[in-house]
Design a protein. Structure first.
Length: 391
Protein backbone atom coordinates (compact mmCIF):
# COMPACT_ATOMS: atom_id res chain seq x y z
CA UNK A 1 0.00 0.00 0.00
CA UNK A 2 0.97 3.61 -0.33
CA UNK A 3 3.22 5.12 2.32
CA UNK A 4 3.67 8.70 1.11
CA UNK A 5 1.16 9.28 -1.71
CA UNK A 6 2.01 11.77 -4.40
CA UNK A 7 -0.16 12.90 -7.30
CA UNK A 8 1.72 11.82 -10.44
CA UNK A 9 3.38 14.96 -11.83
CA UNK A 10 1.73 14.37 -15.23
CA UNK A 11 -1.67 14.13 -13.52
CA UNK A 12 -1.17 17.23 -11.39
CA UNK A 13 -4.47 18.86 -10.57
CA UNK A 14 -6.04 22.26 -10.42
CA UNK A 15 -9.25 23.66 -9.07
CA UNK A 16 -11.50 24.88 -11.91
CA UNK A 17 -13.75 27.95 -11.60
CA UNK A 18 -16.81 25.70 -11.19
CA UNK A 19 -15.20 24.21 -8.08
CA UNK A 20 -14.36 20.83 -9.58
CA UNK A 21 -10.90 19.32 -9.09
CA UNK A 22 -9.35 18.33 -12.41
CA UNK A 23 -6.58 15.74 -12.65
CA UNK A 24 -4.70 14.22 -15.60
CA UNK A 25 -3.56 17.32 -17.50
CA UNK A 26 -6.75 17.70 -19.52
CA UNK A 27 -6.16 14.69 -21.76
CA UNK A 28 -9.27 12.89 -22.94
CA UNK A 29 -9.34 9.31 -21.63
CA UNK A 30 -7.05 10.11 -18.70
CA UNK A 31 -8.23 13.39 -17.21
CA UNK A 32 -11.04 13.40 -14.63
CA UNK A 33 -13.26 15.97 -12.97
CA UNK A 34 -14.13 15.50 -9.31
CA UNK A 35 -17.04 17.30 -7.66
CA UNK A 36 -15.79 19.18 -4.62
CA UNK A 37 -18.48 21.54 -3.25
CA UNK A 38 -16.86 21.77 0.21
CA UNK A 39 -13.30 22.12 -1.03
CA UNK A 40 -11.84 19.24 0.99
CA UNK A 41 -10.87 17.14 -2.03
CA UNK A 42 -8.69 20.00 -3.24
CA UNK A 43 -7.11 20.34 0.21
CA UNK A 44 -6.23 16.63 0.00
CA UNK A 45 -4.98 16.68 -3.60
CA UNK A 46 -2.90 19.78 -2.98
CA UNK A 47 -1.29 18.16 0.08
CA UNK A 48 -0.34 14.93 -1.72
CA UNK A 49 3.18 15.98 -2.70
CA UNK A 50 4.92 12.90 -1.33
CA UNK A 51 5.94 14.45 2.00
CA UNK A 52 3.01 13.14 4.10
CA UNK A 53 1.81 9.69 5.12
CA UNK A 54 -1.86 8.73 4.71
CA UNK A 55 -2.67 9.32 8.43
CA UNK A 56 -0.94 12.72 8.21
CA UNK A 57 -2.98 13.62 5.14
CA UNK A 58 -6.22 12.56 6.85
CA UNK A 59 -5.35 14.65 9.90
CA UNK A 60 -4.61 17.68 7.74
CA UNK A 61 -7.88 17.38 5.80
CA UNK A 62 -10.02 16.72 8.91
CA UNK A 63 -8.40 19.68 10.66
CA UNK A 64 -9.30 22.05 7.82
CA UNK A 65 -12.72 20.51 7.15
CA UNK A 66 -14.21 19.19 10.43
CA UNK A 67 -17.20 17.63 8.64
CA UNK A 68 -14.86 15.14 6.91
CA UNK A 69 -14.08 11.87 8.70
CA UNK A 70 -10.68 10.17 8.73
CA UNK A 71 -12.29 7.27 6.87
CA UNK A 72 -13.54 9.64 4.14
CA UNK A 73 -10.11 11.15 3.68
CA UNK A 74 -8.32 7.78 3.65
CA UNK A 75 -11.02 6.42 1.31
CA UNK A 76 -10.41 9.29 -1.11
CA UNK A 77 -6.67 8.53 -1.17
CA UNK A 78 -7.42 4.86 -1.89
CA UNK A 79 -9.90 5.77 -4.64
CA UNK A 80 -7.44 8.14 -6.35
CA UNK A 81 -4.75 5.44 -6.18
CA UNK A 82 -7.10 2.81 -7.65
CA UNK A 83 -7.95 5.23 -10.47
CA UNK A 84 -4.25 5.55 -11.34
CA UNK A 85 -3.57 9.15 -10.32
CA UNK A 86 -1.10 8.53 -7.49
CA UNK A 87 2.34 7.05 -6.90
CA UNK A 88 4.37 6.50 -3.74
CA UNK A 89 7.28 8.78 -2.86
CA UNK A 90 8.52 5.93 -0.62
CA UNK A 91 8.51 3.27 -3.37
CA UNK A 92 11.68 1.15 -3.51
CA UNK A 93 14.37 2.35 -5.95
CA UNK A 94 14.02 0.74 -9.39
CA UNK A 95 16.03 -2.35 -10.18
CA UNK A 96 17.75 -0.58 -13.06
CA UNK A 97 21.27 0.76 -13.48
CA UNK A 98 21.97 4.51 -13.30
CA UNK A 99 22.62 4.40 -17.05
CA UNK A 100 19.23 2.77 -17.68
CA UNK A 101 17.49 5.28 -15.44
CA UNK A 102 19.02 8.15 -17.39
CA UNK A 103 18.31 6.56 -20.78
CA UNK A 104 14.62 5.96 -20.00
CA UNK A 105 14.09 9.11 -17.95
CA UNK A 106 11.83 10.63 -20.63
CA UNK A 107 9.88 7.50 -21.56
CA UNK A 108 8.89 6.41 -18.05
CA UNK A 109 7.02 9.68 -17.35
CA UNK A 110 4.93 9.13 -20.48
CA UNK A 111 4.13 5.58 -19.38
CA UNK A 112 3.24 7.03 -15.97
CA UNK A 113 0.91 9.52 -17.63
CA UNK A 114 -0.82 6.82 -19.72
CA UNK A 115 -0.94 4.23 -16.97
CA UNK A 116 -4.08 3.78 -14.92
CA UNK A 117 -3.03 0.60 -13.11
CA UNK A 118 -2.42 1.33 -9.41
CA UNK A 119 1.31 0.91 -8.77
CA UNK A 120 3.74 2.54 -6.40
CA UNK A 121 6.34 3.41 -9.05
CA UNK A 122 6.17 3.85 -12.81
CA UNK A 123 9.66 2.34 -13.06
CA UNK A 124 8.03 -1.05 -12.59
CA UNK A 125 6.86 -0.71 -16.20
CA UNK A 126 10.42 -0.17 -17.43
CA UNK A 127 11.46 -3.27 -15.46
CA UNK A 128 8.61 -5.15 -17.19
CA UNK A 129 9.94 -4.03 -20.57
CA UNK A 130 13.47 -5.13 -19.71
CA UNK A 131 12.21 -8.59 -18.72
CA UNK A 132 10.23 -9.02 -21.95
CA UNK A 133 11.07 -11.29 -24.85
CA UNK A 134 9.64 -10.31 -28.24
CA UNK A 135 9.66 -12.13 -31.59
CA UNK A 136 9.28 -9.89 -34.66
CA UNK A 137 8.62 -11.24 -38.14
CA UNK A 138 9.35 -8.93 -41.11
CA UNK A 139 11.98 -6.18 -41.14
CA UNK A 140 10.50 -3.94 -43.86
CA UNK A 141 8.92 -0.55 -43.20
CA UNK A 142 6.41 -1.53 -40.53
CA UNK A 143 8.75 -4.00 -38.82
CA UNK A 144 11.74 -1.67 -39.05
CA UNK A 145 10.00 1.18 -37.26
CA UNK A 146 8.51 -1.21 -34.72
CA UNK A 147 11.91 -2.80 -34.01
CA UNK A 148 13.62 0.58 -33.64
CA UNK A 149 10.96 1.87 -31.26
CA UNK A 150 11.09 -1.25 -29.07
CA UNK A 151 14.87 -1.33 -28.91
CA UNK A 152 14.98 2.38 -28.10
CA UNK A 153 12.32 1.82 -25.44
CA UNK A 154 14.36 -0.91 -23.72
CA UNK A 155 12.68 -4.28 -24.33
CA UNK A 156 14.95 -6.96 -22.92
CA UNK A 157 15.24 -9.34 -25.85
CA UNK A 158 14.21 -8.90 -29.48
CA UNK A 159 14.53 -11.65 -32.09
CA UNK A 160 13.77 -10.68 -35.69
CA UNK A 161 13.43 -12.72 -38.88
CA UNK A 162 13.29 -11.61 -42.51
CA UNK A 163 14.23 -13.42 -45.75
CA UNK A 164 15.04 -10.42 -47.98
CA UNK A 165 17.97 -8.31 -49.08
CA UNK A 166 18.00 -4.51 -49.11
CA UNK A 167 17.03 -2.81 -52.41
CA UNK A 168 17.15 0.84 -53.45
CA UNK A 169 13.34 1.09 -53.54
CA UNK A 170 13.22 0.06 -49.85
CA UNK A 171 15.06 3.19 -48.77
CA UNK A 172 12.11 5.58 -49.07
CA UNK A 173 10.60 4.08 -45.89
CA UNK A 174 12.70 1.37 -44.25
CA UNK A 175 14.55 3.06 -41.41
CA UNK A 176 17.07 0.34 -40.58
CA UNK A 177 18.99 0.53 -43.87
CA UNK A 178 21.43 2.88 -45.58
CA UNK A 179 22.61 3.13 -49.19
CA UNK A 180 25.70 1.14 -48.21
CA UNK A 181 23.43 -1.79 -47.26
CA UNK A 182 21.97 -2.31 -50.76
CA UNK A 183 22.33 -5.99 -51.65
CA UNK A 184 22.97 -6.98 -48.06
CA UNK A 185 20.72 -9.26 -46.03
CA UNK A 186 18.14 -7.20 -44.13
CA UNK A 187 18.65 -9.34 -41.05
CA UNK A 188 22.38 -8.62 -40.97
CA UNK A 189 22.02 -4.86 -41.58
CA UNK A 190 19.13 -4.59 -39.11
CA UNK A 191 21.02 -6.38 -36.36
CA UNK A 192 23.93 -3.98 -36.74
CA UNK A 193 21.66 -0.92 -36.67
CA UNK A 194 19.57 -2.07 -33.73
CA UNK A 195 22.57 -3.09 -31.60
CA UNK A 196 24.17 0.31 -32.26
CA UNK A 197 20.97 2.00 -31.08
CA UNK A 198 20.84 0.27 -27.69
CA UNK A 199 23.55 -2.14 -26.60
CA UNK A 200 21.62 -2.98 -23.42
CA UNK A 201 19.03 -4.86 -25.51
CA UNK A 202 19.75 -8.41 -26.61
CA UNK A 203 19.02 -8.28 -30.37
CA UNK A 204 19.30 -11.19 -32.77
CA UNK A 205 18.20 -11.10 -36.42
CA UNK A 206 18.18 -14.04 -38.81
CA UNK A 207 17.53 -14.53 -42.50
CA UNK A 208 14.51 -16.76 -42.71
CA UNK A 209 11.23 -17.06 -44.65
CA UNK A 210 8.04 -18.16 -42.92
CA UNK A 211 6.43 -20.70 -45.24
CA UNK A 212 3.59 -22.15 -43.19
CA UNK A 213 1.92 -22.25 -39.76
CA UNK A 214 4.50 -24.83 -38.67
CA UNK A 215 7.25 -22.25 -39.22
CA UNK A 216 5.53 -19.73 -36.93
CA UNK A 217 5.08 -22.44 -34.28
CA UNK A 218 8.72 -23.43 -34.70
CA UNK A 219 9.89 -19.84 -34.21
CA UNK A 220 7.71 -19.46 -31.13
CA UNK A 221 9.02 -22.70 -29.67
CA UNK A 222 12.69 -22.29 -30.52
CA UNK A 223 13.64 -19.44 -28.18
CA UNK A 224 15.64 -20.07 -25.03
CA UNK A 225 12.48 -19.12 -23.11
CA UNK A 226 8.88 -18.55 -24.27
CA UNK A 227 8.15 -15.24 -25.98
CA UNK A 228 5.88 -12.73 -24.29
CA UNK A 229 4.73 -11.40 -27.61
CA UNK A 230 4.89 -11.93 -31.36
CA UNK A 231 4.82 -8.97 -33.77
CA UNK A 232 3.72 -9.87 -37.28
CA UNK A 233 5.08 -7.21 -39.63
CA UNK A 234 5.42 -9.34 -42.79
CA UNK A 235 2.98 -9.41 -45.70
CA UNK A 236 4.43 -12.33 -47.61
CA UNK A 237 3.28 -15.01 -48.10
CA UNK A 238 -0.28 -13.56 -48.12
CA UNK A 239 -1.47 -16.21 -45.65
CA UNK A 240 1.14 -15.32 -43.07
CA UNK A 241 -1.28 -13.64 -40.64
CA UNK A 242 -3.69 -16.57 -40.76
CA UNK A 243 -0.80 -18.93 -39.95
CA UNK A 244 0.28 -16.66 -37.12
CA UNK A 245 -3.24 -16.56 -35.70
CA UNK A 246 -3.36 -20.34 -35.74
CA UNK A 247 0.08 -20.80 -34.15
CA UNK A 248 -0.58 -18.16 -31.48
CA UNK A 249 -3.98 -19.64 -30.58
CA UNK A 250 -2.35 -23.05 -30.19
CA UNK A 251 0.55 -21.78 -28.06
CA UNK A 252 -1.46 -19.13 -26.17
CA UNK A 253 0.89 -16.37 -27.38
CA UNK A 254 -0.27 -12.76 -27.47
CA UNK A 255 0.40 -11.08 -30.78
CA UNK A 256 0.16 -7.81 -32.66
CA UNK A 257 0.02 -7.20 -36.38
CA UNK A 258 0.34 -4.00 -38.31
CA UNK A 259 0.40 -2.64 -41.82
CA UNK A 260 -1.17 -0.23 -44.23
CA UNK A 261 -3.42 -0.22 -47.23
CA UNK A 262 -2.67 3.02 -49.04
CA UNK A 263 -3.46 5.85 -46.60
CA UNK A 264 -5.01 3.59 -43.95
CA UNK A 265 -2.47 2.52 -41.32
CA UNK A 266 -3.46 0.03 -38.64
CA UNK A 267 -2.38 -2.30 -35.88
CA UNK A 268 -4.31 -5.21 -34.37
CA UNK A 269 -4.03 -6.69 -30.87
CA UNK A 270 -4.90 -10.32 -30.15
CA UNK A 271 -4.77 -12.27 -26.89
CA UNK A 272 -5.82 -15.95 -27.06
CA UNK A 273 -8.85 -16.52 -24.85
CA UNK A 274 -9.66 -12.81 -24.47
CA UNK A 275 -11.69 -11.03 -27.12
CA UNK A 276 -11.82 -11.90 -30.79
CA UNK A 277 -8.90 -13.49 -32.60
CA UNK A 278 -7.50 -12.07 -35.85
CA UNK A 279 -10.00 -14.19 -37.80
CA UNK A 280 -12.94 -12.90 -35.70
CA UNK A 281 -11.90 -9.26 -36.20
CA UNK A 282 -11.32 -9.77 -39.90
CA UNK A 283 -14.66 -11.53 -40.44
CA UNK A 284 -16.49 -8.80 -38.59
CA UNK A 285 -14.79 -6.17 -40.79
CA UNK A 286 -15.77 -8.02 -43.98
CA UNK A 287 -19.38 -8.25 -42.75
CA UNK A 288 -19.43 -4.58 -41.76
CA UNK A 289 -18.02 -3.24 -45.02
CA UNK A 290 -20.65 -3.47 -47.72
CA UNK A 291 -18.71 -3.57 -51.00
CA UNK A 292 -21.91 -3.82 -53.05
CA UNK A 293 -20.57 -6.75 -55.01
CA UNK A 294 -22.76 -8.53 -57.52
CA UNK A 295 -23.30 -12.28 -56.97
CA UNK A 296 -20.17 -14.16 -57.93
CA UNK A 297 -18.03 -11.04 -58.16
CA UNK A 298 -14.53 -11.48 -56.75
CA UNK A 299 -13.96 -9.24 -53.69
CA UNK A 300 -10.48 -8.56 -55.08
CA UNK A 301 -12.01 -6.13 -57.64
CA UNK A 302 -12.75 -3.72 -54.78
CA UNK A 303 -9.18 -3.68 -53.49
CA UNK A 304 -6.82 -5.22 -56.03
CA UNK A 305 -3.21 -5.90 -55.11
CA UNK A 306 -0.76 -3.98 -57.26
CA UNK A 307 2.64 -5.19 -58.39
CA UNK A 308 4.07 -2.07 -56.73
CA UNK A 309 3.52 -1.03 -53.15
CA UNK A 310 2.16 2.49 -52.54
CA UNK A 311 3.91 3.58 -49.34
CA UNK A 312 5.94 6.42 -47.86
CA UNK A 313 8.02 6.68 -44.72
CA UNK A 314 4.95 8.28 -43.17
CA UNK A 315 2.55 5.37 -43.69
CA UNK A 316 5.18 2.72 -42.97
CA UNK A 317 6.29 4.63 -39.89
CA UNK A 318 2.78 5.11 -38.58
CA UNK A 319 1.92 1.43 -38.91
CA UNK A 320 5.21 0.38 -37.31
CA UNK A 321 4.82 2.80 -34.44
CA UNK A 322 1.23 1.70 -33.87
CA UNK A 323 2.61 -1.85 -33.59
CA UNK A 324 5.24 -0.67 -31.11
CA UNK A 325 2.60 1.18 -29.08
CA UNK A 326 0.41 -1.94 -28.97
CA UNK A 327 3.42 -4.03 -27.93
CA UNK A 328 4.40 -1.68 -25.10
CA UNK A 329 0.77 -1.54 -24.00
CA UNK A 330 0.58 -5.35 -23.77
CA UNK A 331 3.95 -5.61 -22.02
CA UNK A 332 3.37 -2.86 -19.45
CA UNK A 333 -0.41 -2.50 -19.18
CA UNK A 334 -0.16 1.23 -19.95
CA UNK A 335 -2.69 2.18 -21.09
CA UNK A 336 -5.18 -0.63 -20.45
CA UNK A 337 -6.29 -2.22 -23.70
CA UNK A 338 -9.07 -4.64 -24.51
CA UNK A 339 -7.76 -7.13 -27.10
CA UNK A 340 -9.60 -8.26 -30.23
CA UNK A 341 -9.20 -4.80 -31.68
CA UNK A 342 -7.75 -3.16 -34.75
CA UNK A 343 -7.05 0.55 -34.53
CA UNK A 344 -5.37 3.12 -36.70
CA UNK A 345 -5.36 6.32 -38.66
CA UNK A 346 -6.67 7.07 -42.14
CA UNK A 347 -4.49 9.80 -43.61
CA UNK A 348 -7.24 10.50 -46.13
CA UNK A 349 -9.74 11.30 -43.35
CA UNK A 350 -8.09 12.34 -40.10
CA UNK A 351 -11.50 13.03 -38.54
CA UNK A 352 -12.43 9.36 -38.85
CA UNK A 353 -10.19 7.20 -36.66
CA UNK A 354 -10.07 3.52 -37.58
CA UNK A 355 -11.39 1.34 -34.77
CA UNK A 356 -12.65 -2.15 -35.20
CA UNK A 357 -13.48 -4.39 -32.30
CA UNK A 358 -14.87 -7.89 -32.30
CA UNK A 359 -15.79 -10.21 -29.46
CA UNK A 360 -14.90 -13.85 -29.87
CA UNK A 361 -17.23 -15.28 -32.53
CA UNK A 362 -18.71 -18.65 -31.52
CA UNK A 363 -18.57 -19.85 -35.13
CA UNK A 364 -15.05 -18.58 -35.84
CA UNK A 365 -13.16 -21.29 -37.75
CA UNK A 366 -9.97 -20.45 -35.85
CA UNK A 367 -11.01 -19.81 -32.23
CA UNK A 368 -14.77 -20.58 -32.11
CA UNK A 369 -16.21 -23.20 -29.81
CA UNK A 370 -16.72 -25.48 -32.82
CA UNK A 371 -13.05 -25.14 -33.73
CA UNK A 372 -11.84 -26.41 -30.36
CA UNK A 373 -8.13 -26.64 -29.82
CA UNK A 374 -7.65 -28.17 -33.27
CA UNK A 375 -8.02 -25.50 -35.93
CA UNK A 376 -10.14 -26.22 -39.02
CA UNK A 377 -7.45 -25.46 -41.56
CA UNK A 378 -9.77 -26.17 -44.51
CA UNK A 379 -12.36 -23.60 -43.45
CA UNK A 380 -9.60 -21.09 -42.79
CA UNK A 381 -7.97 -21.67 -46.16
CA UNK A 382 -11.26 -20.96 -47.96
CA UNK A 383 -11.27 -17.40 -46.64
CA UNK A 384 -9.45 -14.53 -48.25
CA UNK A 385 -6.00 -13.57 -47.08
CA UNK A 386 -5.36 -10.16 -45.63
CA UNK A 387 -4.86 -7.38 -48.17
CA UNK A 388 -2.72 -5.09 -46.06
CA UNK A 389 0.98 -4.71 -46.75
CA UNK A 390 3.89 -3.95 -44.50
CA UNK A 391 7.05 -3.69 -46.62
ZN1 LIG B 1 -11.69 -16.17 -33.80
Amino acid sequence: MLVRPRVKPEHSGYRAKDGTVRLGSVVYGIGVEIEDPDGWVWTLVDAMDGTRTVPELAELVCGAHPQVSVADAAGAVAALYEAGHLEDADAPAPDLTAREQERYSRGVPLLRWLDRTPRRSAWQMQEDLRRSRVLLVGLGGTGGYAAQALVASGVGHLRCVDPDTVGLSNLNRQPLYRERDIGRSKAEAAEEDLRALNSDVEVTCERRLVEGPGDVADLLGSGAEPYDLLLMCADEPPEVRRWTNQACLESGTRWVDGGYRGPVTTAGVYVPGTGGCWECVRTSEINRRDLGLAPGQDPAVASPRRPWNPVTAVTAGMSGLLVAHAAITLLTGAPPLEPGVMFGINLGALDDPVLLRSPRQPDCPACGTGAGPAVDAGAIARQRPDDRTTG
